[in-house]
Design a protein around this ligand. Structure first.
Ligand code: AKG
Length: 247
């Protein structure tokens, strides 16, 4: 479970890793619908790009509302919890794309940028199969302008941070067993390498925020987020900051 040291590490270094947030026996119920979803959709698109599945597949909203995940997230953002977004990033064995170094906050119309990503390991995530990598203590640098990604055909994103902002010698590998989670801050510099190993690497990201974070429907990403629903999955929004879809 998340403990005080995890919370302190998240505040100081912008990330933390927690084993067995979901115990193995309970992971079966989470993994089965994700595997089925990945198998179905990877026939028509790359399985790294399964963005926002919770908006049109109820099972993902149920997973994002799992009491163990919400109990964990509450340690970082408090008792009132909104699901902002989700993404299945599945790197097939032998053929997984890299995620270039980036900051998530660059893409999100949130104010303030108080949001946390929970990355749930659906498979064991190792250096060999392309686990996430983070640069600790970069969470407070604020937004940095991204540039076009090099070799975009090998990458999940088409933008990346300029190399001068990334000190790879400080990178930490987020090695996790299935059911473990990493948590990272919105401006933390992170990415991952390709998966050329014989093992699949699948992760489910869930982006949670407290209701005090407002989702803007204006600005450069207005079109992309115009219809994007928010779900208040635990607690209340006392100030009525956002409008929510039915859970
Ligand atoms: O799954 C990965 O390798 C990268 C995940 C990521 O960039 C994120 O969760 O923001």
């Amino acid at each position: 479970m998340v403990n005080e040291r995890n919370v302190a590490q998240y505040r100081e270094e912008g990330y933390t890793l927690v084993d067995e947030v979901v115990p193995s026996a309970e992971m079966d119920a989470i993994q089965a619908p994700i595997d089925a979803f990945v198998d179905e959709w990877s026939k028509v698109m790359r399985p790294e790009h399964l963005d926002k599945p919770h908006v049109w597949n109820r099972k993902f909203l149920d997973i994002a509302s799992h009491p163990r995940l919400l109990d964990a997230v509450a340690q970082f953002i408090g008792p009132n919890i909104v699901v902002f977004s989700t993404h299945v990033i599945c790197k097939a064995k032998g053929d997984g794309l890299a995620v270039p170094w980036h900051q998530d906050g660059n893409y999100w119309p949130l104010e303030p940028m108080n949001v946390i990503t929970l990355w749930l390991a659906i498979d064991d995530s190792t250096v060999e199969n392309g686990c996430m990598r983070v640069i600790p203590r970069t969470q407070n640098v604020g937004p940095i302008e991204h540039v076009a990604a090099e070799n975009p055909e090998t990458k999940v994103l088409h933008e990346q941070l300029p190399a001068r902002h990334v000190d790879e010698s400080k990178a930490v590998n987020c090695i996790l067993k299935r059911g473990g989670c990493s948590f990272h801050a919105p401006y933390l510099i992170h990415g991952s390498t390709r998966n050329t190993s014989p093992k699949r690497r699948c992760g489910l990201t869930i982006r949670y925020m407290p209701p005090e974070t407002k989702m803007l429907r204006t600005g450069k990403l207005a079109k992309w987020f115009a219809q994007h629903p928010l779900y208040l999955v635990r607690g209340v929004d006392r100030n009525k900051t956002n409008v929510y879809a039915n859970v």
